[in-house]
Design a protein around this ligand. Structure first.
Ligand code: ATP
Ligand code: MG
Length: 389
């Protein structure tokens, strides 16, 4: 699948810009704060209605603008399709696929993207939130109902946390407390089943990639395991069984929840345990080892999308290559064939030449001519004549 053309209007620092992408590698080059990540964010937004940087649509609308709009022509499921997103201040965003209104989560049925940023290189060392986020962003695109489930869970979690704070002064809130706990257990059971299945597939895909990556110099064994509420010993059990197990944990921790004023049972504490050669990577792996393992996991994510849909998702590499040594850069670049890739890098980096891809220069939220004044082929910015047209 690929994005062929994108028009951004009032989106972040893009007033009105049209971009045409090459089917394989596109290098998005420019100085700091010109709009490179914003462009990747726009493509990511089209792949499931979610940003990887914010939960709030209002932040995506250009300063001093009332609305933001993205229009894309894509090639996916062996046909041309069109996607459109309209965000207006104070309103829920509106989404169209092939000119028919859709729910925003449904966008991922047409377009899927995997993002890889320098933060992901710290995936293993960071706290569990980073690993939950990895799972959640991917599953949101793979399973259309997941995003809604996640936001329902977040809402009830926030409500219960607030209630726990007030509870000590107002014990009448007990019934509400129990109702929230029950909803959290039900939603957790659903989330756990999705996440456990994703984590299993992630481990299966990451392990051979990591073996290949480390072959030659002390081949390493990478394992990924899903960790959730301790009473849930079988994540493949039915939703009802998992729900029962969560209730068990909740009952055992009821007093502790009240005493600590925080939610102690549920999917919000999930994590991925990552081992290298049978030892927890988070505690024992070197910095280089954890980076390599993170790379294997992110590349595995792309393979899962391929298995699911028969097409590679769009791969968005935000500044990640400049963070890697040459050997790791080569490994990534050799592995990204077969699909479309958008790579951001700073103007002075040599990456553009090494990828052999099309280079798009971004300056101040618009496509710019090449720095040496040469025509910037294949691209056009609003108000400028398109090269070759
Ligand atoms: P870097 O190389 O530093 O990562 P970048 O080219 O990736 O830079 P972006 O993150 O795309 O930069 O941001 C470009 C500019 O867009 C920044 O100056 C940022 O402040 C600005 N910006 C962010 N949100 C909005 C918004 N809602 N409206 C207008 N401008 C915005
Ligand atoms: Mg950036």
């Amino acid at each position: 699948m690929r994005i062929e053309r994108l028009v951004l209007r009032g989106f972040r620092n893009y007033a009105e810009t049209e971009v045409r992408f090459a089917p394989e590698t596109n290098v998005i080059s420019g100085e700091n704060a010109q709009g490179k990540t914003n462009l990747l964010e726009a493509v990511y937004l089209l792949s499931g209605g979610k940003s990887f940087r914010t939960r709030f649509d209002r932040e995506l609308i250009g300063f001093e603008k009332d609305s933001a709009e993205l229009e894309a022509e894509i090639f996916a499921q062996e046909r041309q399709q069109s996607l459109r997103i309209l965000m207006r201040r104070g309103q829920a965003k509106q989404v169209w696929k092939n000119r028919v209104r859709q729910k925003s989560g449904e966008l991922s049925e047409a377009l899927k993207a995997v993002l890889f940023s320098p933060d992901d290189l710290n995936l293993i060392r960071e706290g569990p939130a980073a690993r939950r986020r990895l799972m959640d962003l991917a599953i949101c695109q793979l399973r259309p109902g997941y995003a809604a489930l996640l936001s329902d869970y977040r809402r009830v979690y926030e409500n219960k946390t607030r209630l726990l704070r007030d509870y000590r002064n107002d014990p009448h809130l007990e019934d509400t407390f129990d109702a929230f706990s029950d909803t959290m257990a039900r939603l957790s059971a659903k989330l756990i089943r999705y996440r456990a299945s994703f984590a299993r597939r992630l481990g299966e895909a990451a392990s051979p990639i990591h073996r290949e990556f480390t072959a030659g110099g002390g081949e390493e064994r990478l394992e990924v395991r899903y960790r959730t509420v301790s009473t849930v010993t079988d994540c493949t059990a039915s939703e009802q069984t998992i729900y029962g197990k969560i209730l068990e944990h909740q009952r055992a921790h009821r007093q502790a929840e009240i005493a600590s004023g925080s939610c102690l049972t549920g999917a919000h504490k999930d994590d991925l345990e990552i081992d290298i050669n049978a030892r927890p990577a988070r505690s024992f792996a070197s910095q280089g080892q954890t980076r390599t393992a993170a790379l294997s996991i992110k590349l595995a994510e792309r393979e899962i999308f391929l298995q699911e849909t028969g097409e590679y998702p769009i791969l968005l590499l935000d500044d990640v290559l400049s963070e890697l040594d040459t050997r790791r850069q080569e490994f990534v670049l050799n592995r990204i064939g077969g699909g479309q890739t958008l790579i951001t890098c700073c103007e002075d980096e040599q990456i553009a030449g090494r990828t052999g891809g099309r280079v798009l220069f971004i300056r101040n939220g618009a496509l710019a001519e090449k720095p040496d004044g040469e025509e910037n082929n294949h691209v056009s910015a609003s108000g400028k004549q398109r090269a070759g047209s």
